[in-house]
Design a protein around this ligand. Structure first.
Ligand code: NAP
Length: 249
C-alpha cells in the first residue's frame, strides 16, 4: 500500500526556500509546493510544485492551505518581508496548521567595519551625507525615497528595474547575486562610492559588498531587520530538515 506524500507549503522568494524545496522534492515522503509573490518577472527555477501571486490576505492563505491539504507551512520568506510572515503565522493558527520559519542569521559587525545601524529605510535616507556617492542595495520596491534626494548621487543596484523613474543624479545597475569581493571592490572604486546602504539580509550571496566596504574603509548604513512574530526557526536547510523530521516522525 502506498502512502501519500506529506503536503507542505513553502512561502518562498529566497535562496533558502529554493534549497529546501529541492531537498524535500528529492525525498519521496514529501510533496512541497512553493509560493512566490510574483514580484520577480524571471524567478530562478524551483523544484516541485510552484504557484505565483498573493493569496489575498490571511483569509486567502488560510483557505488555500486548507483546500490544498497542507500539513505544514514553512515561512522561508526574506527577513524583510514582514506582511507575508505575519499572514503565515495568523493563517496557520486559524487553520490549525503548524508554521515553522526558515531564516538565515543576520550579519554581525566585524573588526574594521564602520556600520551606522538604522531602524528603517526612512532613517537610512535621512542620514546620507550631502554630496555622497551612494551604492543603494535595498531592492527595487524600496529604492524610491533614495532617488528623491537630489543632493546625493545614487547608484541603485537591483535584479529587475524599479517602477519609479531614475533621474539625472542616479544610475541603475541591473544584476543578480552572487557577487565576488573583487567585483564589489571594482564597482565601488569605479563609481567612486563613498557610502553603502544595505539591508541586514544575512547570507553569502550579497556579503561581498560588506567585505568590500570594510576593505575600502567605507561606511555602511545598515538597515536593521524588522521584528517578526516568534516561531520555531531554523537558520538553514539542514536544521529545517531536522525540525521537519521531528515534527512528522
Ligand atoms: P511582504 O511585504 O511581506 O508581502 C506583501 C504581500 O505580497 C503579501 O501580503 C502577500 O500578498 C504577497 N506575498 C509576499 N510573499 C509571498 C509569497 N511568498 N507567496 C505569495 N504571496 C506573497 O513581502 P515583500 O517584502 O514585498 O516581498 C515579496 C517577496 O519577495 C517575498 O516572498 C520575499 O520572500 C521576497 N523578497 C523580499 C525581499 C525584501 O527585501 N523585502 C528581498 C528578497 C526577496 P497577499 O496578502 O495577497 O497574500
Amino acid at each position: 500500500m502506498s502512502i501519500d506524500p506529506i503536503r507542505m507549503l513553502i512561502l518562498g522568494g529566497t535562496a533558502e526556500a529554493r534549497l529546501l524545496a529541492a531537498r524535500l522534492e528529492e525525498d519521496m515522503r514529501f510533496s512541497p509546493l512553493t509560493s512566490l509573490a510574483g514580484v520577480t518577472r524571471k524567478p530562478s527555477k524551483i523544484a516541485g510544485e510552484v504557484r505565483i501571486g498573493g493569496f489575498g490576505g490571511v483569509e486567502g492563505l488560510r483557505e488555500f492551505a486548507s483546500r490544498e491539504h497542507m500539513t505544514l507551512l514553512v515561512d522561508a520568506t526574506h527577513p524583510f518581508a514582514v506582511q507575508i510572515s505575519a499572514h503565515a503565522a495568523q493563517a496557520g493558527a486559524q487553520a490549525g496548521i503548524p508554521v515553522l520559519r526558515l531564516e538565515r542569521p543576520p550579519w554581525d559587525r566585524r573588526a574594521g567595519d564602520d556600520w551606522r545601524e538604522v531602524a528603517d529605510i526612512d532613517e537610512a535616507v535621512r542620514i546620507i551625507p550631502q554630496g555622497a556617492h551612494v551604492l543603494v542595495t535595498v531592492g527595487r520596491q524600496e529604492v524610491a525615497p533614495f532617488l528623491e534626494r537630489d543632493d546625493i548621487y545614487v547608484v541603485a543596484r537591483m535584479i529587475e528595474p524599479p517602477v519609479v523613474q531614475v533621474l539625472d543624479h542616479a544610475e541603475l545597475l541591473l544584476a543578480r547575486p552572487p557577487f565576488t569581493l573583487k567585483q564589489e571592490k571594482a564597482l565601488m572604486e569605479e563609481k567612486r562610492i563613498t557610502v553603502l546602504v544595505a539591508k541586514n539580509s544575512g547570507g553569502d550571496a550579497t556579503f561581498a559588498k560588506i567585505e568590500a566596504a570594510r576593505e575600502l574603509g567605507l561606511p555602511v548604513i545598515m538597515i536593521a531587520r524588522p521584528e517578526k512574530s516568534s516561531l520555531t526557526t531554523a537558520s538553514g536547510v539542514d536544521e529545517m530538515m531536522v525540525l521537519i523530521e521531528q515534527h512528522f516522525f
